[in-house]
Design a protein around this ligand. Sequence first.
Ligand SMILES: Cc1cc2nc3c(=O)[nH]c(=O)nc-3n(C[C@H](O)[C@H](O)[C@H](O)COP(=O)(O)O)c2cc1C
Length: 316
Amino acid sequence: MKFYMAPMEGMTGYVFRNVYHKYYGDVDKYFTPFLCSTGLSHKELHDVMPEHNQGMPVVPQILTDRAEDFLKIAERLKEFGYDTVNLNLGCPSGTVVSKGRGAGFLKDTERLERFLEEIFAGCPLKISVKTRIGVQAPEEWGKLQEIYNCFPLEELIVHPRVQKDFYRHPVRREMFRSVLEQSSMPVCYNGDLHSVTDFREFTAAYPDVDCVMMGRGIFKDPGLVRACKNRSVTQEERFSTLRAMLAELLAEYRREMGNDTHTLYKMKEVWTYLGQSIPGGERPLKEITKARSISEYKVAAGEALRRWEENCCMDN
Ligand SMILES: Cc1cc2nc3c(=O)[nH]c(=O)nc-3n(C[C@H](O)[C@H](O)[C@H](O)COP(=O)(O)O)c2cc1C
């Protein structure tokens, strides 16, 4: 089984990827949050520059509905040494969809087909696609599948929700059977694998799938992939690895941003997911959210981790 880390805008940037890779290093591919400016913004540039991605298998992702822009960014990525680029056809956000990008591109299949023709004709890199299964209803998938099958996709990563589901509607896992049966390229599953139990249920239902992508689950428990791989780790190791990773993440964000307010914001974001895994963690999580300084944060995070160690009863 291959495990990919999902792209998560604002969360899985190069700082997080590097620190995660150092302490866990168990992911087969990392996908960058989407790039969308042809000139690459300062943030985008730093995220993909080779010196920030040493020793990690990274696939940059592009979000656009203009073939010309896609090809410009891909040229730049080629100069950086990348060999594959991923196209975002899944982002459900209103601002993206209203511009006909991300999942919004799925509603105009003729335009999508022309776009794919142009990028496959001109792109110097291999192309993979991360997609939802439609905009309004899963019945839209048939046509989309037909289109994807016409192109030599490196792989197809499928999040089986439609755009209007956002993340609220339960993932439409039953639809994934037809995706698998009808796809002519390697397929990766993505969506709501947030615990070892979720992963085991999924592999029991889909024993023929050999690739999954995980996002929020890794933030809820950074040791999730390791646990899914059945790597035995003692509780002590598990906690010390998490403590060390969080300490380094804090130090690295501080170094990168040179600003405690932004660093605090980043760490709070990480804890919004991590905190969900701590039984009885509401109180320390609240303290983390309220922290106004790094020292207040450290006290609250220390308390949250102590609680986690005491309770120690996540479902894996
Ligand atoms: C905060 C956040 C940011 C995201 N950013 C991106 C992104 O930049 N590109 C993308 O393709 N998907 C993005 N996604 C979607 C995730 O990659 C993934 O498809 C989704 O979270 C479902 O997988 P999960 O249940 O394993 O988290 C984002 C999701 C979240 C919650």
